[in-house]
Design a protein around this ligand. Structure first.
Ligand code: MTE
Ligand code: MO
Length: 466
């Protein structure tokens, strides 16, 4: 059993498969901090976790770099650490399958792990710049701004980084690639990481060495990195040529794998990860920010709310019903509601705004974006968002009043008995990035059989009843 040496994992995880381990944190853990803890960072393993002796790793673990002419250079982990400057990057890793269960529910059957909103995490990664290593290994490249082809006279036969690829291989046989231009982009922050949130990279996340490709799909951030090849084609692995591609709704179960581009930079997405209604807000069970925050609709007067409704979202917050209590009349009063979540866009694009609707998309308001990244960020604990671009997620918060929805006559009591008086409403979130990219309204139009890039507006239907 190759899995028997796998590490012990946190029992709080929602486990999708055990061997190999694929697991996401429950919502209440997902957004606890700006940086996801090493213990609760989602795990996406295609195989077992390779065993590397921690004590001998510096001397014995080695990375091989192969250049286009076939020349290779070998670096032990210790040499990498000693030879190159340390570089820190705070970046999201997000699986292309994040929110896949949402697409399945709203648009049809998809193949793949049915992730909720937790196949994403944000961490501070520490390592050495890939570009430094490649230069040391002897890679000579033409100026990326010069549009010349490989081996053309104009660039003296040097490689054109836009047409070349960096192929990564992991110890267990997983492989993927990125364009060389991303690896060499001085603003791109691609690193070979050995540290995560100030600690040694955990085994599940690639110990002792992994690629970190900020802004790109996490499938390219190859763990247990043992070999790098600079080549004039993408990695030939199935994870490059098949699995991590997206398709159109027309393409069905057998899409044209070759015609579709492999996913690199991620599109904009967002999700609701916490909802507190009524009592939870009033009695302070909601996070402290939920009290007396000013949003578009004004300060929530939580003390004025007499009725008692508590709600903590289940792991998959797409639909839930709050247990019924006897109803004083036919119309529930407005309830205070507090909502939180994340928004993220690939390519280092900042989140420009997050729009929230409490009535299924009829009316909208703007959420407060949490300031985690400015030098004086109040809640960042002096976290710096290390790196040249916006590689981190943006946490957002919203407080408001749930709309008053009359009880439909069909649910009113028959013969004097009170029954099932539910007032359902759908909370919706959508984000816009700095390039004004926004999320599609539904999953129908972006349906693909792989269930990749499920980025439609995130909806959570809640039914507080009285
Ligand atoms: N690297 C190796 N060697 N093996 C893998 O199975 N999974 C990839 C990527 N790198 C994988 C890998 C995928 S699909 C994702 S989403 C991320 O690692 C997950 O990283 P994490 O487990 O640290 O969250
Ligand atoms: Mo993934």
């Amino acid at each position: 059993d190759p899995f028997q040496a796998d590490p012990v994992r946190d029992p709080r995880f929602i486990v999708h498969t055990d061997k190999p381990r694929n697991a996401e944190p429950p919502n209440e853990e997902l957004l606890r901090e700006f940086r996801t803890s090493n213990e609760m960072f989602y795990i996406r393993n295609h195989m077992w976790v390779p065993v590397v002796d921690e004590k001998k790793a510096d001397e014995e673990y080695a990375l091989t770099v192969e250049l286009p002419d076939g020349e290779t250079k070998r670096y032990t982990l210790g040499e990498l650490k000693a030879k190159f400057p340390t570089h820190k990057v705070t970046a999201v890793l997000q699986c292309s399958g994040n929110r896949r269960n949402d697409m399945t529910r709203h648009a049809g059957k998809t193949n793949g792990l049915q992730w909720g909103v937790g196949a994403i995490g944000n961490a501070e990664w520490e390592g050495v710049r890939l570009a430094d290593v490649l230069a040391d290994a002897g890679l000579v490249v033409s100026d990326p701004r010069v549009a010349t082809r490989k081996s053309s006279q104009a660039n003296n036969g040097e490689e054109d980084p836009r047409l070349m690829h960096v192929q990564f291989s992991g110890l267990e046989a997983y492989g993927a690639s990125i364009p060389l231009s991303k690896a060499l982009d001085p603003m791109g922050d691609v690193i070979l990481a050995y540290g995560m949130n100030g600690k040694t990279l955990p085994r599940d996340h690639g110990f002792p060495l992994r690629a970190i490709v900020p802004g790109n799909v996490a499938a390219r951030s190859v763990k247990w990195l043992s070999k790098i090849v600079i080549a004039d084609e993408e990695s030939t692995s199935q994870w490059q040529r098949r699995d991590y591609k997206s398709f159109g709704p027309n393409e069905g179960a057998n899409p044209d794998w070759d015609r579709s581009k492999s996913i690199q930079e991620m599109p904009v997405t967002s999700a609701i990860t916490g909802v507190w209604v009524g009592e939870c807000v009033r009695k302070g069970k909601a996070p402290s920010w939920a009290n007396n925050r000013q949003n578009g609709r004004g300060v929530v007067d939580v003390a004025a709310v007499e009725r008692v409704i508590g709600y903590t979202p289940p792991p998959d917050p797409t639909s839930t019903t709050i247990p019924c209590k006897p109803c004083p009349d036919q119309t529930p009063p407005a309830e205070p509601v507090a909502i939180q979540g994340y928004a993220y866009s690939g390519g280092g694009r900042a989140i420009a705004r997050v729009d929230v609707s409490l009535d299924g998309g009829k009316t909208w308001d703007q959420a407060e974006l949490v300031d985690d990244c400015s030098p004086n960020a109040p809640e960042s604990n002096n976290t710096n968002c290390h790196g040249n671009k916006n590689w981190s997620w943006t946490r957002w918060r919203y407080t408001g009043q749930l709309p008053v929805i009359p009880i439909p006559p069909s649910t009113l009591s028959q013969g004097g008995e009170q029954q099932d008086k539910k007032f359902c409403t759908t909370l919706v979130v959508k984000a816009t990035d700095e390039a004004y990219n926004s999320q599609p309204e539904t999953h129908k139009g972006i349906y693909n059989v792989r269930g990749n890039l499920a980025t439609a507006w995130h909806r959570v239907r809640i039914c507080p009843s009285c």
